[in-house]
Design a protein around this ligand. Structure first.
Ligand code: P6P
Length: 326
């Protein structure tokens, strides 16, 4: 049996080839990996702890906050703060970004955007949820507090992005701009191990993923495309957890859509910490990610932390087919 490559080892090797002279970028990725292991442990036994259900609050986007949302958000923030490698973080769970006090190294070159637990409404019914993250180089001066412009960067500026999928197995999938690699958590050794090297999205696919319940709210072109999917006997799969739906699309091909609706005329999903990180990863795997107005997601100017967008993401053939209807 070939020796397993752990996430840490992979990150270190990539860091060396990336001339990550200081190792800070690699260190930040490793800290996110450690936080993922801890979140995984909690998510896996959430049913046994008084940590399921709603915490009674709502986040800035108006979503009901689950207890586990709050827990994972706080945990990620502490790991990022204690890494001393990150100048600040923006999170789905926080109205404003957090700036970590410039520490003794004063070289916090990076900032992180994250959705600590995406799809959390599925937790109580044991359906897959995920963590989404993106890493940018800060624009403000080293040794100073992070500022809003450090976070309002286009997706094209991402240095790395990825997700953790807490599913039947737990996977850590990420890119630093040199392709996409997937790691499966081996609880026997407590490590994420390389299981899906150089992931490439199939050109086509027979799955389409959309909340069909909103069909009547979609614009005409979207409805016509969906009618065509049904005519072609494509299979509709929708988990209601973006990480899980995008992961299936990455592995098997197909298309995931969250179009404009009357309820969310600009789309529901947030560009900063959901759409951009996943779109960077999908493009690195050979897929396409656009908005309903045919803009490349990564190129959309980001003007606010919780800015929403429509998204159509997936295999080249299917996204190009959808484009013809938009
Ligand atoms: P709807 C989860 O709340 C989420 O942000 C994504 O993970 C998911 O794709 C989408 O919203 C589901 O939204 O309106 O279909 O329930």
């Amino acid at each position: 049996m070939s020796r397993r490559i752990t996430l840490d080892e992979f990150i270190n090797n990539e860091g060396e080839s990336r001339q990550d002279a200081t190792g800070e970028f690699s260190g930040l990725l490793r800290h996110i990996g450690i936080a993922a292991k801890i979140i995984n442990r909690i998510v896996n036994k959430a049913g046994l702890m008084d940590i399921l259900g709603e915490d009674g609050g709502h986040n800035f986007s108006g979503d009901t906050v689950q207890k586990l949302d709050t827990y994972t958000n706080d945990l990620m923030i502490e790991y990022l703060r204690n890494s001393h490698l990150c100048a600040g973080v923006a999170s789905e769970e926080l109205e404003h970004f957090i700036s970590f006090a410039p520490n003794y190294t004063k070289s916090n070159k990076y900032i992180v955007v994250m959705d600590p637990l995406d799809g959390s409404s599925n937790i109580d019914v044991n359906i897959s949820v995920g963590t989404i993250f993106g890493i940018y180089k800060r624009k403000s001066d080293l040794g100073t507090d992070a500022v809003i412009d450090d976070f309002l960067q286009n997706g094209t500026e991402l240095l790395a992005s990825g997700y953790v999928l807490y599913g039947t197995s737990t996977m850590f999938v990420f890119t630093t701009g040199n392709g996409v690699n997937g790691f499966t958590y081996d609880r026997g050794i407590g490590e994420f191990c390389l299981s899906h090297a150089n992931m490439m999205m199939p050109l086509g696919g027979s799955y389409y993923s959309v909340n069909q319940g909103y069909y009547r709210q979609f614009n005409k072109g979207v409805r016509e495309f969906l009618d065509g999917c049904a005519d072609k006997n494509r299979m509709l799969r929708y988990i209601g957890s973006m990480v899980a739906d995008v992961h299936r699309t990455l592995c098997l091909g197909g298309i995931f859509m969250y179009p404009q609706t009357q309820k969310n005329p600009e789309g529901k999903l947030r560009i900063l910490y959901e759409c951009n990180p996943l779109s960077f990863l999908v493009e690195q795997a050979g897929g396409i990610s656009i908005s309903e107005s045919k803009q490349r997601i990564l190129g959309i100017p980001v003007t606010s932390l919780h800015q929403r967008t429509s998204i159509i993401v997936g295999s080249k053939d299917l996204v190009n087919e959808a484009l013809n209807f938009l």
